[in-house]
Ligand binder design. Sequence first.
Ligand code: PLP
Length: 384
Amino acid sequence: MIFLDAAATTPVRREVIEAMFPFLTNQFGNPSSHHELGEQAASALAGARTQAAAVLGCHPGELTFTSGGTEADNLALKGIALAGRAADPCRTRIVISSIEHPAIAESADYLRRVHGFTVDMVPVGADGLVDTAGFVRLLAGDVAVASVMYANNEVGTVQDIPALASAARGLGVPFHTDAVQAAGWLDLDVQRLGVDALALSGHKLGAPKGVGLLYLRAGVPCEPLVHGGGQERGTRSGTENVAFAVALATALSLTEAGRDAAAGQATALRDGFIDQVLARVPGAQLTGHRTRRLPSVASFCFPGTSGESVLLELERRDIVCSSGSACAAGSDEPSAVLTAMGYARGVAQTALRFSFGAETTQAQLATAAQELEAAMGRIKRLRA
Ligand code: PLP
């Protein structure tokens, strides 16, 4: 099988399993317990936090382990908005981009429906890039929080986060970025990015599903969403998942160490694959920005086909990819990301995303491009 769906998830790395194993077995303590077993767990958790902080260039106390990217995004958007409005009742607006993952878009909608915030969406161009001037215009006024994703999960477009964060900071608006897709490939240094909050997820990086991380700049107020025993400095109660925290920190460090080499290699593979697909499949359209895109994502529309039927045809040929994001898969609705980028509904329904991991090879991609051409030919013959 050729797995080209790494943006949906990745296998757990062996080194990660080895690092987390002791905390699932003989060192199984609760970090809040005042005995040796508990202290071992607390020190492993502190070690994981320090290790992750070294990658993000922040203080360990600015990190909160969560159950995944979705929870980290929810905590950032809801927590900062609610705390901001509690401190200043005029702060009743939220600004997000029109192509956010549902973890942000639905959190914003919840804040609108249940808490009466106003949500403004900054549009993107046909390449998925946020209109910076439009973003700055929307920030004028009483904004409690702004959030723009670092890299899009469907088309891979990478935003200019330092520019957007600096505009928000200049206007005193807390700025969050969803870095879930970016984390495997792009710079995560929160000082260079200039963000106030950043979310990432373990399972895109070779750690298990069900663990994530939220960076929250010291001094940015954030209302907790989960109340209880006050773990994670009160930001997120509940007995900490020590093994998964260790797993995430290990995966982050390993990713960081190999990032530049992996990104360079993937970019070359990606560009070669894009060229082959455009040459082999008449009418194929690359979606997302041509160069400002994740090294690991090649996404297309194939007008006149159906994304789902091409996906199934490719799977018969042992090529696994995605007809959009995993979250939207199985729904007949065209991708909200592509429609926000200006694609007609019928064209948006023909989207396919190929996303690579560090182990993807040129030979696999050549086979995938060849099989894609053959799959298109078969679909046409069946239709005729
Ligand atoms: N944000 C983005 C951009 C994603 O791609 C995903 C998952 O695909 C998430 C958030 C949610 O992360 P998780 O699956 O860890 O909840």
